[in-house]
Write a protein that binds this ligand. Structure first.
Ligand SMILES: O=C(O)CCC(=O)C(=O)O
Length: 277
């Protein structure tokens, strides 16, 4: 099966009993959804009011879904992110957005597979709307939409989409399967690890365009200056001493052709008389 523009809609991507299993097993794990902000940080945002949960990769149903999506996209399974269960109650939605990142450009999302786990009728809301494509897809149990976040190495701006507000008392459930350009566990290419003394990425405030132009102090305010331990200082001092002696010996051999004479120290001669009583 191959991808076709603008997006591919596949019925029966996941069997009904597996859809039911995912809902029953993981629905209570969902917490308020976040979005990735311009600095690459997960933040709560009024644009996305659903709840979500990243499901375990070793669940056999999840394993099967990961393999299936990776095979269709023609990439190794390592490019698939953790699968995210999405849950919308009445009044919840996800306004128009892209699935690709603004901040993380070196391992972008290339594909999205959105799998619906239950049915919604026209009057119940909960559809997925693609503005540029003029498409509104309603949830059907097991239906999957596959769309491209990148095409030919470029961000696909036509992939702008929204999760329409749920209008009924029914809960909408779906699974996000996002596939990246590179293996997802290659964290070294995604996150630059902070030095131990520096604040961790999770506690850093997002930098706005205005503050970004102000000079950055050479040392972060809350970096702690730690002196090397005493043992290290002693080893350094001994190594410096050995180095001085070697240079001195080398210099003497080179200029005088012999090893240097060690300085002699003579104690002042003590008068016996001073011991007399
Ligand atoms: O719920 C939907 O229909 C869309 C979900 C979505 O766009 C997302 O979670 O990124």
């Amino acid at each position: 099966m191959t991808y076709e523009e603008p997006c591919k809609i596949m019925e029966g991507f996941l069997e009904p009993e597996k859809c039911r299993y995912i809902i029953d097993t993981y629905k209570d794990m969902c917490k308020r959804s976040t979005v990735v902000d311009a600095a690459g940080k997960d933040v709560v945002d009024p644009a996305r009011t659903s709840s979500t949960y990243f499901m375990p990769n070793d669940d056999p149903v999840i394993v099967e879904l990961r393999r299936k999506a990776a095979a269709m996209a023609g990439v190794p399974e390592s490019h698939v992110e953790g699968l995210q269960l999405v849950r919308y109650a009445k009044g919840e939605q996800y306004k128009f957005h892209y699935d690709y990142f603004d901040a993380i450009r070196h391992n972008q999302r290339e594909h999205t597979f959105l799998v619906y786990l239950n049915d919604f009728e026209l009057h119940e809301g909960g559809s997925t709307i693609f503005k540029s494509y003029g498409i509104k897809v309603y949830p059907r149990q097991g239906r999957c939409i596959w769309f491209r976040d990148m095409i030919d190495g470029k961000l696909n701006e036509k992939s702008l989409h929204s999760g329409e507000e749920v209008l009924s008392d029914k809960i909408k459930y779906a699974i996000n399967i996002w596939i990246r350009e590179k293996p997802v566990d290659d964290y070294s290419s995604i996150v630059v690890k902070p030095m131990p003394a520096f604040p961790s990425a999770g506690t850093t405030k997002a930098t706005t365009a205005t503050t970004a132009t102000t000079a950055t102090p050479a040392t972060p305010a809350n970096a702690t200056a730690t002196a090397p331990p005493l043992g290290t200082l002693i080893v350094w001092a001994l190594m410096a001493l050995v180095l001085v002696i070697l240079v001195w010996f080398g210099y003497s051999m080179f200029t005088k052709g012999r090893i240097p004479k060690l300085p002699t120290f003579s104690l002042p001669s003590l008068s016996m008389r001073s011991f007399r009583t």
